[in-house]
Each structure stands twice: as C-alpha cells, then as structure tokens.
Write a protein that binds this ligand. Structure first.
Ligand code: PMP
Length: 367
C-alpha cells in the first residue's frame, strides 16, 4: 500500500498527522468550541434571500476585495469595542485559520520563525509548518498564564518574525492582560522588529474587553477574529483581521484571487445584519460557562479561569482514560493533549447537565 511517506512530500511533513478533532456521532458533542444554538429562523430566511441574489451573478467572480463585507465587519468591531476602524483596517478570509495562514505567508515563510506560548491553539504551529515557517514553543506558568519574563527572554533569544498571543487562550480558557501583550510587543520590536498577532477568536465570551484599542500607533500588531464562535457560524468559514491598512495591503500579496466566494460574502453579510440577536446567545453561553466552572469546582474538579465558551478541567492521572469514560456516558469532550486536563465546550443547558451528570458520576466511582 502506498502511503504518504512513499510520496516525495516535503521533509517537514513526514510522519506528521493532520489536525483532527474527532467528528463522532455522539448525543452530546462539546468538543470543538462551536456555538450549540442553530441560527434563528429569521436569519436563515435572510441568508436565503441574500444567497439567492448572489446566485444570479455566479457566472461572475465575486468582489475580490470583499468591500461591503469588510465595511460591515469594521462597523461591528467599532460598535463593540468603541475603537474606530474602517474598511481599510479589515481583511477577511475563509475562517481565521486562513487569515493566520495569509499572515504567515506574508510575514513568516522559509528562513523565518514564529513563536507561540503553549499550550495554545495548535493550528498556529501547524500552519507555521505548512508555510515553511520555523516554530518556537514559548513558556507558560503552571497556572497557564504567560510567564512574561521567560517569554521576553525567548523573544530576545530567538528573534521570531511572528509572535502569537491567543486571548482568551485555547485550550486553557484564560484571557491575557493588555500589559502582557504590550510587554511582548515591546520585546518583539526590540528584537527584530516582528509582527504580533493577537488571536481573539473567543473574545466575545470574555469578561474583559477586546484589545483592539492597542492597534493605535502599532502597525506591527494584528488582531484576528472569527464568525465561527460568537456568531454561531462555524460552517460559514469566515474569519477576519483588524490592523493598520499597510498590513491589509501586505496580505493581499499572498491571498488567492477571489478567495472569498460570493456565497460566503452574502451569507456573512446576512449574519452581520442579525448581530444583536446572535450576541444574545453569547450572553446565555457566558452564563452557562460560569455555571460549568462553578459546578465542576463544587464536584471537586480543578478548573482554569475561563473567559471563553469552554472550560479546562482536571486534574487526571490519565486524561485520555477519563476522556473515554466521559464518552462512554454519551458526552464528547476534548483531549487537547495537555497532561492532566480536558476541555469542555459550553453547550445548551441540557447538554451541560448531561456533561455535569457524567463527571459527577465519575467522581463518585473514584470514591
Ligand atoms: N483561533 C483559535 C484560538 C481557535 O480556537 C480557532 C478554532 N478552533 C480558530 C482560530 C480558527 O477558527 P476558524 O478558522 O473557524 O475561524
């Protein structure tokens, strides 16, 4: 049987596995930080209308620069952060994964490096590898906050071209204070200068504010966002970034022409018309996230502070064995490979009850 390694694939891809959260058919799926609420019917109708209109023009390529969509995304960011941005500050792509890929194609690449503070979003390292960018794993404290002096030291030593800071962090859930981002940005500028990418995929769920105002006067800072989580539209594949207009000009050097389909643009525009309704679900999910934290602690588990729509809980001598026992009770959570810990996404109240019943039962078994 011919396998990957029998083909002339690039050396750095040999023996590696693709990103793969299991997509199992289980009654309660709380493993990929999706929003559990289907889109409201009025929005489904609006998407249908907008997509129907777009369909009539599918013989033509879409708006290559997605101007209407970027304008609306800029309005959303301005309204929710109080920091004024316009179309020139915003770029959009197929999920924030593609945004990150375009940033690494622009500012990373062969002979260059990127650093992240792990455990964090594993795709930063995987996309680095896919773009030929060297990957440096930076340090965190035992409680999963970023060890600032150690991080500054790593930046000074390795002089990376791209620095990733995820806030709230995935899979641990904790938010990164603005002072930490400012300290690492200063360290990165002193060392190189390099680009600092703040991944705010989960920021709408945070107790604190977005770091968008830090963009002021910092052309080397980028904030990446997604409609996959707060907007409940993971299936849409729409990610975006906010930055100095020069960054938006730079990523256009690597984007594929017409990368964002007319159907995607129409659907995202419809979703943005319903921002108010969608953000109400975010409030419900934040309440459920706080309930998960409280109930897990009451049941005797350790929990990392969470500003996201998921919660990291532990500790387990064998987290994979515990993951399996929870799965045997019909609930799929995530083993991110952080020794001793698992991650659960906040679902509907009913799904969270099923999860809490399962983990309470496990505690009883151990007693
Ligand atoms: N950043 C972080 C921190 C994430 O957790 C995810 C998705 N799990 C993404 C980016 C990518 O999301 P998407 O491509 O769906 O926008």
């Amino acid at each position: 049987m011919t396998g990957i390694d029998d083909l002339p694939v690039r050396d750095e891809l040999r023996g590696k596995s693709p990103y793969g959260a299991p997509q199992l058919d289980v009654p309660v799926r709380l493993n990929t930080n999706e929003n559990p609420y289907p889109l409201p019917e009025a929005l489904v109708e609006r998407i249908t209308e907008r997509v129907r209109a777009a369909a009539r023009d599918l013989n033509r390529y879409p708006d290559r620069d997605a101007v209407e969509l970027r304008t609306k995304l800029a309005e959303y960011l301005t309204d929710t952060s109080g920091y004024a941005l316009d179309v020139r500050n915003v770029w959009a792509a197929n999920g924030s994964n593609e945004v990150i890929q375009q940033l690494l194609q622009t500012f990373g690449g062969p002979g260059r490096t990127a650093i992240g503070f792990e455990p964090s979003y594993s795709m930063h390292g995987l996309i680095a590898r896919g773009t030929g960018t060297g990957w440096i794993s930076g340090p965190r404290h035992e409680d999963f906050t970023i060890d600032v002096p150690a991080a500054e030291k790593a930046i000074a030593e390795h002089r990376p071209d791209v620095v990733f800071i995820t806030t709230p962090n995935n899979p641990t859930g904790n938010a990164v204070p603005a002072e930490t981002v400012l300290a690492l940005h200063a360290a990165a500028q002193a060392a190189k200068p390099s680009m600092v990418v703040v991944d705010e995929a989960y920021i709408e769920f945070s107790h604190g504010a977005s770091l968008l105002p830090l963009l002021e006067g910092r052309p080397n800072l980028v904030v990446s966002r997604t409609m996959s989580k707060a907007f409940g539209a993971a299936g849409l594949r729409l990610g975006y970034l906010a930055a100095h207009p020069a960054v938006v000009d730079a990523v256009q050097l690597v984007r594929l022409p017409y990368h964002l389909s007319a159907v995607t643009q129409a659907t995202a525009l419809a979703a943005l018309e319903h921002t108010g309704t969608l953000l109400k679900y975010v409030e419900q999910l934040k309440t459920e996230r706080d309930r998960l934290v409280a109930e897990l602690r009451a049941a005797g588990y350790e929990v990392t502070e969470s500003d996201a729509n998921f919660v990291q809980f532990g500790r387990f001598a064998d987290s994979h064995a515990t993951w399996r026992k929870i799965l045997d009770r019909g609930v799929l959570v995530r083993d991110n490979g952080v020794p001793g810990w698992l991650r659960v996404t906040a679902g509907t109240p009913r799904e969270n009850d099923a999860f809490l019943d399962a983990v309470r039962e496990l505690k009883k078994e151990q007693e």
